[in-house]
Design a protein around this ligand. Structure first.
Ligand code: C2E
Ligand code: MG
Ligand code: MG
Length: 406
């Protein structure tokens, strides 16, 4: 089994004091094979020369010569396992570097701020560790199209059969009153050896192996059962389920989802399906047909991560949407960045005119909540109110009168 001590790390940093500081921090989190380059070209040369490959690159965006941005572009093509960037610049620069790295399909683990925070670095390194160790054999094969490793598929299918995927629920709260207005079901993998895994570790794999559909049905089934249980206890909120664009490109998917709901006896109107704007990028007609069928049976349709993808005004016009979910990247800057605040304000305004509900994702401060409520945003989700909770935790949360005192 691969451990962090055997993980080869490349640190790209020109300042000697930063190099030393980061080296000490990386050693504290368990890395010991650390190479250093003081500028981008030297980093690329080391990457190319490395026989066994570099698992982790930690790079300053502001290095001399070839800067961090150019380095990322070249390094993404050289098969690095994971990439951590950092910068002394503000949030806006860091978040746009994040977008850029993702656009290059770099295996970005995150962008850190300076001065360095050991906890934040450790959390990012841990992500690399989990993904590489758990899926060390799986990932390599699966990521090459048409080369899905049948052992990996069997393992994932067995995990579905054993119902290791469970929904955790994050409350959607009325921003004015604090009342719970619904929940979003978020997939978690109760891995027998690794504990609870978040979607970042498995949704991509599920999509590339074609198992995202069966996983979604498993989640929907459990959510419907939970809805039946909650109704008996007088809790009647709607449940939102995330559906992958790949699922919606399959012509029969809406019928299958409706059949799963039908078997539970819960009314389809209790469910909202969350689709991302990526769903509109490919076969828009099949997607539209599925979405329309779900809507015609009474399900709600939310556009998830709104503002980050491909939807056009024309798509908003022709898709039977009921809800817009404002992406966290805007919400977290709504009180600090004028541009983000204007985008949020105009989106809420547009949604109101189109008679759509608005949900702000990732609210984690009181100021954000108040600002969004003043703009007329209907609902909020975020750590300020609650993290995604197990079913029993959610029940307790929903009953606690102080739960939404925030
Ligand atoms: P999403 O649908 O946009 O879900 C919101 C994500 O933001 C959740 O992460 C949630 O835990 C996180 N979040 C909520 N409030 C806050 C906050 O205040 N601060 C921060 N930092 N994060 C917050 P999670 O559960 O890791 O899910 C990530 C993504 O994985 C989801 O994004 C969704 O796109 C995908 N996903 C989750 N479950 C499923 C599923 O069953 N099917 C499919 N296709 N995708 C899923
Ligand atoms: Mg969602
Ligand atoms: Mg979202």
């Amino acid at each position: 089994m691969q451990t962090l001590a055997h993980t080869r790390v490349l640190l790209v940093e020109e300042r000697h004091d930063y190099q030393e500081k980061l080296r000490r921090m990386l050693e504290k989190v368990g890395c010991s094979l650390i190479d250093t380059a003081s500028e981008g070209q030297e980093g690329l040369d080391l990457l190319q020369a490395s026989v066994e490959g570099v698992a982790l690159v930690v790079c300053n965006l502001d290095i001399a010569g070839m800067d961090g941005l150019e380095f990322v572009r070249h390094a993404s093509r050289l098969g690095v396992g994971g990439l951590i960037l950092y910068s002394k610049h503000d949030d806006a620069v860091r978040s746009s570097a994040e977008w850029m790295a993702r656009a290059y399909e770099a295996p970005l683990l995150g962008v850190l701020s300076v001065p360095f925070d050991l906890g934040a670095l450790a959390a990012l390194v841990r992500r690399l560790h989990v993904e590489r160790i758990v899926f060390s054999d799986v990932l390599g094969d699966l990521e090459r199209p048409g080369n899905a490793n049948s052992e990996a598929i069997d393992e994932l299918r067995a995990a579905i059969d054993q119902r290791q995927f469970v929904p955790h629920y994050q409350p959607k709260v009325c921003l004015r009153t604090g009342d719970i207005l619904g929940v979003e079901a978020l997939a978690r993998w109760e891995h027998p050896e690794l504990g609870l895994l978040a979607p970042v570790h498995f949704i991509g794999l599920m999509e590339s192996t074609g198992l995202i559909g069966p996983m979604t049905h498993l989640l929907l089934e459990q959510a419907a059962d939970d809805a039946v249980g909650w109704a008996k206890d007088g809790l009647q909120f709607p449940i939102a389920i995330n559906v992958s664009p790949l699922t919606l490109e399959r012509p029969a998917s809406a019928k299958d989802l409706l059949a799963t709901i039908g078997r539970s006896g819960v009314r389809p109107s209790r469910f909202t399906f969350e689709i991302t704007e990526k769903a509109f990028a490919k076969d828009a007609t099949t997607v539209l047909e599925n979405v329309l069928r779900l809507r015609m049976k009474g399900c709600g349709i939310a556009v998830d991560d709104f503002g980050t993808g491909y939807s056009s005004l024309q798509q908003l016009d022709r898709t039977p949407i009921t809800e817009l979910k404002l992406d966290r990247s805007f919400v977290r800057r709504v009180t600090s960045n004028g541009k983000a605040a204007s985008i949020v304000a105009s989106t809420i305004d547009l949604a109101r005119k189109l008679e759509l509900k608005t949900v702000a994702e990732g609210i984690d401060t009181r100021e954000q909540r108040e600002h969004l409520a003043a703009l007329g945003c209907d609902m909020g989700q975020g750590y300020l109110f609650a993290k995604p909770l197990r079913r029993d935790e959610l029940e307790r949360w929903a009953r606690s009168p102080t739960a939404v005192a925030a």
